[in-house]
Design a protein around this ligand. Structure first.
Ligand code: HEM
Length: 400
């Protein structure tokens, strides 16, 4: 059966398992699509997502950034991601200096050393799960390191974060027992961590220290607010990039000519990573609310309406990308900008994701002559918000 735009509901089983056919139908309408049930506009064209992202004075981030927050009234953490204008700039600015291209370039030797450390025992085994054993592990350790968490604790957070984001088929929102108990355990851990540092602030490190000491317009973070900052940075810093790394292996494995090209010229890994991020956009969609009337793609948006920025669809728009439903790491029209969002709320971790992601891939590829993905055992996430592989087992052969 062909997907029909009028059937689109971000919480339908079809949309939460594999939305691309629905997105094609929505893009074919050629204009933003209104969802009365959610009082929401779905933006699916590249130009519409871009135009709406740049209408910043018409956007209100304080009602949340995830679809669950806007459409299901899920809890909204009060961090810079859910602030507007100068407050957003000031609170994001506390740590933004650590995320510039230059600051990230200075971290690359540490990324390489960590990637090497995790890869070394896997290398000896001749097989690994690209998501579980390598990429997810790397990004949890890295996110924890930047917060000054003990390393063993950061590793333990991996399973809690995965459990918190896991969705059962047809599950709407993060309300399962598994989600709630993992989220509760993560929050309890962070509350205890913050409590210990309040008692002994000299032990705080990294972003935790920065936010513990921050004061803007006379406001210092309460324990609750500080915990939400740590929670957000831990989750955002560890979930998406591993999916892109896993997708890079998955799709190169399906395309022998591209795989051979990348294996013989590791310089192509940068393009392969960007293409995996485009083709398998991990942040399927994010959301905001309109605070003023404005127009996008010929449609009148009204203040108070919800807005779904569907990056995964924008990144497959045929008006912007040739042959958009083909994975092609040799394409000339790649563009990482939409993948990481556009406007002042663009992904804070953009350059970390890119440079650490590529460092991990390079550490592996420089040691191998070939790899085979076990496609029968790959697993995909399910849901309306994040989308990507959470397991890509593979075997490989090493250079002599
Ligand atoms: C391939 C991996 C990643 C992708 C595709 C991605 C994508 C995105 C997108 C699309 C946004 C929303 C942009 C907007 O609202 O305009 C975002 C926001 C954000 N991302 Fe990422 N991200 C990735 C990795 C990371 C990493 C490694 C971090 C590390 C800390 C991170 C931290 C954040 C934060 C803090 C925000 C909120 C920014 C704000 O509202 O000011 N992301 N990301």
């Amino acid at each position: 059966m062909t997907a029909c735009a009028s059937q689109y509901d971000p919480y339908s089983h079809a949309a939460m398992s594999d939305p691309h056919e629905l997105y094609r139908a929505l893009r074919a309408e050629g204009a933003p699509h209104f969802l009365p049930k959610y009082n929401a506009w779905a933006f699916t064209l590249f130009d519409d997502v871009k135009a709406a992202s740049l209408k910043e004075k018409c956007l209100d981030f304080s009602h949340g950034q995830t679809p669950g927050q806007l459409l299901l009234n899920e809890f909204i953490p009060h961090t810079f991601a859910t602030m507007n204008g100068p407050a957003h700039k000031a609170w994001r600015g506390i740590i933004a200096g650590d995320f510039t291209p230059d600051a990230v370039a200075a971290q690359v030797p540490r990324y390489r050393a960590l990637a090497r450390e995790l890869w070394e025992p896997l290398r000896k085994q001749g097989r690994m799960d690209a998501y579980r054993d390598l990429a997810n592990r790397f990004f949890c350790i890295n996110a924890g390191y930047k917060l000054g968490l003990p390393r063993d604790d950061s590793e333990h957070m991996r399973s809690l974060i995965d459990d918190m984001l896991h969705r059962n088929p047809n599950q709407v929102g993060g309300n399962s027992e598994r989600n709630q108990s993992a989220g509760g355990a993560l929050m309890a851990y962070l509350h205890e961590f913050v409590g210990r540092l309040r008692a002994d602030p000299a032990r705080a490190e990294g972003f935790t220290k920065a936010y513990l000491e921050a004061e803007i317009d006379g406001h210092r973070l309460t324990d609750e607010e500080l915990v939400w900052y740590l929670f957000s940075l831990l989750v955002l810093g560890s979930e998406t990039t591993p999916m892109v790394i896993a997708a890079t292996f998955y799709h190169l494995g399906q395309n022998p000519a591209q795989k051979a090209a990348v294996l013989s010229d590791n310089g192509l890994l940068r393009r392969a990573f960007f293409e995996a991020a485009r083709y398998r956009q991990p942040t399927n969609m994010l959301a905001r609310r309109a605070r003023e009337d404005f127009e996008v793609g010929g449609q009148a948006i009204r203040a108070g309406q919800n807005l779904l920025f569907i990056y995964a669809s924008a990144n497959r728009d045929a008006k912007r990308f040739s042959d958009p439903d083909q994975f092609n790491c040799l394409r000339e029209d790649g563009d990482p900008n939409m993948t990481f969002g556009i406007g002042s709320h663009f992904c804070l971790g953009k350059f970390v994701a890119i440079e650490a992601g590529i460092a991990i891939l390079e550490e592996v590829f420089r040691d191998i002559t070939d790899f085979e993905v076990n496609y029968d055992r790959c697993e995909n996430s399910y849901g309306e918000h994040l989308s990507g592989f959470v397991s890509v087992p593979l075997s490989f052969t090493l250079k002599a």
